[in-house]
Design a protein. Structure first.
Length: 394
């Protein structure tokens, strides 16, 4: 047994064998690939092709990077899950505009429910999640600065939960046990109400106890507030860095952006050469102190917490985040091709947190969308995400 296999077996407890056959199957696949990677040219599956058969010796994508062959094999059933990580990149919940405040600000109302749902986080690996609106992460709440938000929360789960938003609000609306309404018991509901402030890239999560269990079970989501003056037109993506402790030993077995490990390896994210890309990046990974985002062959500007209009960091290719930290990344690609992005914590990358951008010329964009099962609607949502008026993305 080589050392990398031994490390996976001991440190990760064989990816949670208690989950049964499906887990062991995928574990065997990972370990098999690990062993294979020792003496063969590392390759990646060709996007759009069957993942198993594409793990061959063509070396087509291996030529583009030097990473090892540590890929989750197979495909997750997004339809069964009821959500798709690719759609989550551009799928914002703007709530319903139900009126105006006395001083003329929009009132946005959101309906959010908690429920216990089993989700597939990697091919064949199922996780008993606690969810907001049946998905992990929960809905990506989006609004404009100073909007009045009304969040109707109903708990259909078997455990008490709360919704705790990052942002300015009164103690009663903080969603913390023992303060104000506190924990919302199964079968009960509560309406959180506050102004959207300050603008930025924020998050919300359950704050019931034990906190680490409620968060890692999947109870979190993006909360993005647009500045009144807007930001420059861009293709916008929401990326939630998350992870799952499948055997409940206090360490994670699967890491991802938007829940499904290696999803964007198998389905590279289509973008165009030269267009501005804006990523709302949030880290909610429990149990590990630091996570990170690294982009290949490129550099980005960074807006810490998204609370400024000018970058707080310029010309970076790696940013590290503790749990709850977030920010906005802006970049564009100079040349067509497939470019990796991943945690620069190599272990996380190997266990799922790694993906590709597929950068193409504008004339090739429709084909790039079709290659990963996307259409014009996805393109439109990505380029028209802001709640404030902004010029068209060219
Ligand atoms: Cu909870």
């Amino acid at each position: 047994m080589d050392s990398s296999i031994r490390r996976l077996l001991t440190r990760r407890g064989f990816l949670g064998l208690s989950l049964g056959g499906a887990a062991s199957l995928i574990s065997a696949n990972i370990l098999g690939r690990t062993a294979q990677a020792q003496d063969e040219t590392p390759v990646y599956p060709t996007p759009g092709a069957d993942a198993t058969t594409s793990m061959n010796h063509s070396g087509e994508m291996a030529a583009m990077s030097g990473h090892g062959n540590m890929m989750l094999v197979g495909a997750v059933d997004h339809q069964r899950n009821g959500f798709d990580p690719m759609q989550m990149l551009v799928d914002w919940d703007y709530g319903n505009l139900v009126g105006e405040t006395d001083d003329g600000r929009p009132i946005r109302e959101y309906d959010i429910s908690a429920g216990d749902v089993e989700i597939e986080i990697a091919p064949g690996i199922f996780f008993p999640a606690w969810t907001f609106n049946g998905r992990v992460p929960g809905p990506s709440i989006r609004c404009a600065e100073n909007d009045h938000l009304r969040l109707n929360f109903s708990n259909f789960s078997s455990h008490p939960h709360t919704m705790h938003f990052h942002g300015f609000h009164s103690a009663e609306m903080d969603g913390v046990p023992g303060v104000g309404r506190g924990a919302i018991n199964p079968g009960e509901s509560f309406t959180y109400e506050f102004e959207a402030d300050p603008f930025g890239c924020h998050l919300y999560h359950c704050h019931a106890l034990p906190l680490k269990r409620h968060i890692h079970k999947g109870m979190y989501g993006a909360y993005v507030i647009d500045p009144l003056q807007g930001r420059p037109p861009a293709r916008e993506f929401m990326m939630m860095m998350n992870a799952f402790d499948t055997n409940f030993d206090g360490g994670n077995e699967i890491y991802a952006v938007n829940t499904v490990g290696h999803e964007f390896m198998q389905r590279p994210i289509p973008v165009k050469v030269g267009e501005l890309i804006r990523v709302y990046l949030i880290n909610v990974v429990e149990f590990d102190l630091i996570n990170s985002f690294h982009i290949h062959a490129n550099f980005f500007n960074f807006y810490d917490h998204g609370t400024t209009l000018e970058p707080t960091g310029r010309t970076l290719d790696t940013i590290m985040m503790a749990q709850g930290q977030r920010g906005i990344l802006e970049f564009d690609f100079r040349w067509p091709g497939k470019y990796m992005f991943h945690a620069h914590v190599s272990e996380f990358a190997e266990l799922g947190w790694m993906g590709f951008f597929n950068v193409v010329e504008p004339g090739d964009y429709a084909a790039a969308l079709a290659e990963v099962g996307l259409d014009d609607e996805w393109d439109f949502k990505g380029t028209h995400a802001s709640t404030v008026n902004q010029p068209e993305v060219s």
